[in-house]
Design a protein around this ligand. Structure first.
Ligand code: SF4
Length: 410
């Protein structure tokens, strides 16, 4: 597998269209998030939707919990840069109102809209308008009859059964523009529910760990569940449910998909070494400065910040561009080849200049504009001098082990 093209194949599914955004059947995996404003606050909600779209959100969800929210949607949907899904709980009339407002999708929770005639009325309306619905099963609000049936506990089987029951109601009115989620805050439960669901149906799946919580734990919990499934080929659209600004949800979703090779990179991917005893620079600071300087410039490149010229260029040879510190200087390299030596104080500035050049003219042109042999000789000089000074054991481990042994035997 070539590192630049590595990815995870998707399981075959049906395809639906949420407005102009395809979901399933080989379409790029999409990022979703949800607004936290009152949907009746049209301008506030639109401002948040624009911020979400700029952060990589492909589809946005807004609550439709009251008449004023449905009226707000009528103004929001035509001005939104991404398709809008109305989130419906308890009152099926809100789903009908949201359809009247022109939303491109609905989310229904089978745990709290349970009357079959209500479900079928909504599905019939959605069918006539060709608007897809997500069956959004949630471990925390499972249908009480299923909860009881499975021993008063939430199980993957109960969640899947809830989704399939809803799917059956939809089928009875000939509606199949569906995607499904079976979210839980417990990661193993959620993973198993999605696996079982993927075996039971070819409907596209929306992944999420519900109530993942504040940062940074929320990132980790959500990633544990979502990434595990994506790597198995399961999942067609994702949402990070974080107790944070929803822009963080969109960013996290985007970064995850790009990291898994499921979406093309649109912005910088900054990699950096963890630093060690060989580091010739404050790697954390330089990496943070580089990220601040490079992010948001639409430079779809991998950029490496490495603490030393001894190992840096080699370890980050796949990066489009990188810098490694040595002897108070920064050694710039492109695809592992040294291209320039700059003052330490200019490292970040130079990274930006080279990143922009590569983005505009390509790697070959960047390599052709300098004497790479000369830069390599400079790098080798610093490398040899640092190796001579630090030796192979830059962290002085052997020396420390000797001291420990002396103490223990004394
Ligand atoms: S050896 Fe160099 S590049 Fe590797 S972690 Fe240490 S400082 Fe960073």
């Amino acid at each position: 597998m070539d590192a630049s093209t590595a990815s995870f194949p998707r399981r075959p599914t049906r395809r639906i269209e949420v407005g102009s955004v395809p979901v399933g059947d080989g379409a790029p995996v999409t990022v979703q998030s949800m607004t936290t404003t009152k949907t009746s606050d049209v301008e506030g909600t639109l401002a948040q939707i624009y911020a979400l779209a700029a952060a990589g959100c492909d589809i946005v969800r807004c609550t439709c919990n009251e008449a004023e929210a449905a009226e707000g949607l009528a103004h929001i949907v035509p001005r939104s840069p991404v398709p809008v899904i109305a989130d419906i709980h308890h009152n099926h009339k809100m789903a009908l109102a949201a359809l009247d407002a022109g939303v491109q999708g609905l989310r229904l929770n089978p745990g709290n809209i349970r009357r079959p005639e209500h479900i079928k009325t909504v599905a019939s309306e959605a069918r006539d308008r060709q608007v897809p619905i997500r069956i959004g099963v949630n471990g925390g609000s499972l249908d009480p009859s299923l909860y009881e049936k499975y021993g008063n506990t939430v199980t993957p089987e109960a969640m899947v059964e809830s989704a399939l029951m809803e799917l059956d109601y939809f089928a009875q009115v000939d509606f199949d523009l569906v995607k499904i989620s079976v979210k839980a805050s417990n990661v193993p439960l959620m993973v198993e529910a999605y696996r079982q669901l993927a075996d039971a149906t070819d409907v596209p799946l929306h992944l999420g760990v519900t109530e993942a919580g504040p940062l940074p734990e929320g990132y980790i919990k959500a990633t544990a569940g979502i990434a595990t499934l994506l790597a198995e080929g399961i999942g067609d659209t994702i949402r990070y449910s974080l107790t944070a600004d929803p822009v963080e949800e969109a960013r996290a979703g985007r970064v995850l998909l790009e990291s898994l090779g499921l979406r093309e990179r649109t912005d910088i991917d900054l990699i950096a070494c963890p630093s060690c005893g060989r580091a010739e620079v404050d790697v954390i600071k330089v990496a943070e400065d580089a990220r601040a300087a490079l992010a948001g410039r639409d430079l779809p490149l991998q950029v490496a910040v490495m603490g030393c010229v001894v190992n840096g260029p080699g370890e980050a040879r796949d990066a489009d561009l990188g810098i490694a510190a040595g002897r108070g200087r920064g050694h710039l390299f492109v695809k592992g080849q040294n291209v320039a030596v700059v003052a330490e104080s200019e490292m970040v500035e130079q990274l930006v200049e080279w990143a922009e050049y590569i983005s505009e003219h390509g790697t070959e042109a960047a390599l052709a504009r300098v004497d790479t042999a000369k830069a390599a000789r400079e790098a080798e000089k610093d490398r040899a001098s640092l190796l001579g000074e630090q030796g192979e054991d830059a962290n002085a481990s052997a020396q420390k082990v000797e001291i420990i042994q002396r103490h223990l035997s004394g």
